[in-house]
Design a protein around this ligand. Structure first.
Ligand code: FAD
Length: 469
């Protein structure tokens, strides 16, 4: 019987465990033990039901175009629970000069693909609009050297585009900073388009034509979630695992290669395994694997940011007074701590009864690490103050929830791909070790599901147990 340890019970570790569990159930002689330091499984994926509303503490959905999370949901019997975002109501605002200004239609990330809505938008200055037109003729560039997202966007569209769109979008997705994040790691498609077409606008239109020609399918919603919230995925996965293999409230201190296997030390106990999957944030992997200095150094070099989400529930009157659409992004220049707010009741069905409004605010990120030391009450005060300033919301919330996530979001800074390559080369020299999680090849829930399954696949393949799927 081969034994595999899985460190970390977030979605990455659970996905790895599920892959191994399937093998075990099909008669493959393998077992696993999962170690999770906190009292609950799921990591940053957590949902609460409050006053008839669904409150997401961490991720609220995943990108539909990345298939791995939805595929997993289908495999574990949640296919009929998947829901799409209400894209007919999709509208996002940017806070500019103290007001909500609608993002023009046709923007793909920050690349304009429709002329008229962009020309007519009050969001951009004339200078930026001229840059957008000129971008169509941008020369090709072979992205040999990595650079920051801000550098690339500025080269194509100027600094206003960085400030108003690229930076707020990256803050909203990565808790990141456009002047730090690597284009090749975060927006590889754009780096590719620049080297093939020069202009990002032309690149996107060409890619879109190909997709439409290849599949004349109806448009899919941009975001997918689950009727009962993201926790539904965690609960369904856990229900399919071997309960006796799941150890919560168990912090792993060290993972050491010994006697052709791996010793995992947690508290006063140590246990030996044939293989180990470390599915924690990279900084925790660095601490556990500290006996391998060069591996640990590269793992620790992957920076993480902290964040807070605040969800406020309001009554029907507030719901009627809020603007339509999914919510707004706040550029740094607005001087707010809040980075983004989602009108949850508009974005997804099944989130709030008709007589409730649900607003979810996002704070923290790479430039506001202090958020983690700020008390829940203070964060709530800040959010209410800023909602008052930005959308004139004075009403008392019916309920409020504040969640803080310390060092949970990986920041793929310039040089990230090379660092991941070095980590992978080192790992290949350590038989029986696999890494999973949001620190390496994608931060979203679907990427983490894939990374867990791939890590388990690698280990099972090394053990000669992978072919009989
Ligand atoms: C606020 C927020 C909003 C997000 N929104 C979205 C979104 O809308 N869509 C999307 O796709 N993605 C989103 N993400 C990103 C995505 O949710 C995460 O990247 C993903 O869930 C991470 O999963 P994970 O299992 O790799 O890590 P985690 O969820 O961090 O789990 C790692 C686990 O390892 C445990 N652990 C750490 N060290 C040890 C140790 N030494 N021993 C034992 N256990 C240990 C931790 O306790 C934790 O439970 C969001 C992230 C955050 C924080």
């Amino acid at each position: 019987m081969k034994r595999i340890a899985i460190i970390g019970g977030g979605i990455s570790g659970l996905s790895a465990a599920y892959t191994i569990e399937k093998k075990r159930q099909s008669g493959t002689p393998v077992e696993y033990v999962l170690f999770e330091s906190s009292p609950r499984l799921g990591g940053v994926v957590a949902t609460e039901r409050v006053d008839g509303c669904l409150v997401e503490a961490g991720p609220d959905s995943f990108l539909t175009e990345k298939p791995w999370a939805a595929d997993l949901c289908c495999k574990i019997g949640l296919g009929d629970q998947l829901i799409g975002s209400n894209d007919s109501e999709r509208k996002t605002y940017i806070v500019a000069k103290g007001k909500l200004v609608e993002m023009p239609d046709g923007l793909m990330f920050m690349v304009p693909t429709k002329i008229m809505p962009t020309v007519m938008s009050p969001l951009f200055s004339l200078r930026t609009k001229i840059r957008m037109a000129a971008e169509w003729f941008h020369p090709r560039r072979n992205a040999v050297e990595d650079e920051t997202v801000a550098q690339m966007v500025e080269r194509h569209y100027g600094s206003e585009m960085v400030e108003l769109l690229a930076d707020p979008l990256l803050c909203g997705i990565y808790g990141g900073d456009a002047s730090q994040l690597s284009v090749r790691a975060v927006l590889p498609r754009f780096a590719d388009m620049e080297s093939k077409h020069g202009s990002l606008g032309r690149g996107i239109l060409k890619a879109r034509k190909k997709t439409i020609a290849a599949a004349s399918l109806p448009a899919r919603p941009v975001f997918t979630s689950l009727k009962e919230g993201m926790q539904q995925l965690v609960d369904a996965l856990v229900a399919r695992l071997d309960a006796s293999a799941l150890n919560t409230s168990t912090l792993v201190q060290a993972v050491i290669r010994e006697h052709d296997g791996w010793t995992v030390s947690a508290g006063y106990q140590s246990d030996c395994f044939d293989a180990v999957i470390v599915a924690t944030p990279a900084h925790a992997a660095a601490a556990a694997l500290s006996t391998d200095e060069s591996l640990a150094r590269d793992l620790a070099g992957i920076k993480y940011s902290s964040s807070a989400t605040v969800t406020l529930g309001y009554d029907e009157k507030v719901r009627r007074s809020l603007p339509p659409g999914f919510g707004f992004l706040v550029p740094r220049s607005a001087g707010s701590r809040m980075l983004a707010a989602t009108f949850v009741h508009n974005k997804f069905p099944h989130r709030a009864p008709d007589n409730r409004a649900l607003i979810r605010c996002f704070l923290g990120g790479a430039r506001d690490e202090k958020i983690i030391q700020t008390s829940g009450e203070e964060i709530l005060r800040i959010v209410r103050d800023e909602l008052r300033q930005i959308i004139g919301l004075n009403a008392e919330p019916l309920f409020a929830r504040v969640y803080k996530w310390k060092s949970a979001m990986a920041q793929y800074s310039v040089g990230h791909l090379e660092r991941v390559q070095r980590i992978e080369s080192r790992r290949q020299n350590l038989p029986g070790l696999a890494l999973a999680g949001n620190g390496y090849n994608g931060i979203g829930v679907p990427d983490c599901v894939r990374s867990g399954a791939e890590a388990a696949g690698k280990i099972l393949a090394e053990m000669g147990m992978w072919s009989s799927a």
